[in-house]
Write a protein that binds this ligand. Sequence first.
Ligand code: UD1
Ligand code: CA
Length: 462
Amino acid sequence: MNGLFLLILAAGKGTRFKSTLPKVLHQVSGKTLIEWVLEAARPLGPQTVCLVVGHESDQIKAHLDKAGVEFVEQVPQLGTGHALQVAKPLWSAHQGDLLVLSGDVPLITTRTLQTLLEVHRQGGASATLLSARLADPTGYGRVVRNKNGEVERIVEQKDASPEEIRLNEINAGIYCFNSEDLVQVIGGLSADNAQGEYYLTDCIDLLRQNGRRVMARVADDPQEMKGVNSRAELAEAGQLLRQRKLQELMAEGVTVLDPASTYVDQTVSIGADTILYPNVFLEGRTSVGSHCRIYPNARISHSTLADHVTVLDSSVITESEIGSGSQIGPFAHLKQHSSVGSRARIGNFVEVKNTQIGDQTKAAHLSYLGDAEIGRDVNIGAGTITCNYDGVRKHKTVIEDNVFVGSDSQLIAPIVVRRGAYIAAGSTISQEVPEDALAIARAHQLIKQHWAKRRRESYRKE
Ligand code: UD1
Ligand code: CA
């Protein structure tokens, strides 16, 4: 069987984005536009993946440096046909099919591309393009068919006659070509059109004039063809991808109380019987176990939650791990490679940074735990603070198993509190606390009998 050469066009400026970032590096639902396209096409097993870049190409190359992609520079960018002319040395050496995609169609699916390729191969065509029938075809190139319903050519909106403008079958900008046949016509393009560009779409007409067979496959789901040319279309594509992901999750047994306000990146996995409340954000490399509950306004990025975890309202968890049966929040903040064991509890207004916390440990209220290693069955009283920063360096706090830290204590790092020790409330701990010891580090209490009453009486006499 012939191999496949995948060519993705991404040299355009994306003028309407008004961005310093190249258009295809804008993100929707956790991935850049170009990643969406690449990942849809990869399962087809292309022998070579080649990207035509031009505008801000260094940024695109850096973004895809590990993606196994070859790059061709197109400067200046004189149109989609010109892009294929510039890349010709690569694809013309390839015997077989050439699949051309744009970098700005993130909704395209593997299945649709697979079908296009099958139709192309079975039909023995020189070119097969993907088309769609849209209620509003504005902006797209139109597919012009002859009386017999055969594809004749594609006309861009700006070059179209009033009758052609009314055609509602559009060119998706996704094509399969027979490389050898395309080589024959690619040099013959002219820029004699409204935009003064070399249109790839004109190859269809040229091939047909050479007596070659040209076909169009009408896509089942026209939404997949949507190109992203503006921020408004970026939002629209994001919305559709988001709903696609939520549909998948619900089919797999996840309850999503309000899909309209739930944001789950494509890259996230969630176990069955987990419940997502409204306004939850799950981002990046996040994995959530089964039977979890994620309450409103939580944002969880690049983190792993085991089964039966509860995240209460308005908590933020980034790059951290939560063990099974633990409860986080409300208003908790975990970050920078923190981990929490199983059946632990991190409560209201607790910030945890670069800290490991053991099983069944509780920090229920108002604490800062930074650069610490905390054992199992530890109780961290309300208002406990690890004083980890001396103005220059960060220092470590170690709290071993079964320690009780009384409320409003400060632990001045570097510091170790040995296993089973007890810290009296309101202490400022600056020296190691031995195993099973009690540490009290606060001023002695002074009582002045009747002082308050005497003061009140003296004021009254004035
Ligand atoms: C193109 C098609 C149009 C189709 C539409 C589908 C042409 C002439 N028109 O129009 O029929 O309906 O896509 O979305 O092809 N690019 C380059 N180099 C260039 C110009 C563009 O690499 O010199 C890249 C762009 O970065 C983009 C893709 O090609 O990824 C399509 O270019 P764009 O300018 O968006 O074409 P459209 O006007 O949308
Ligand atoms: Ca486009």
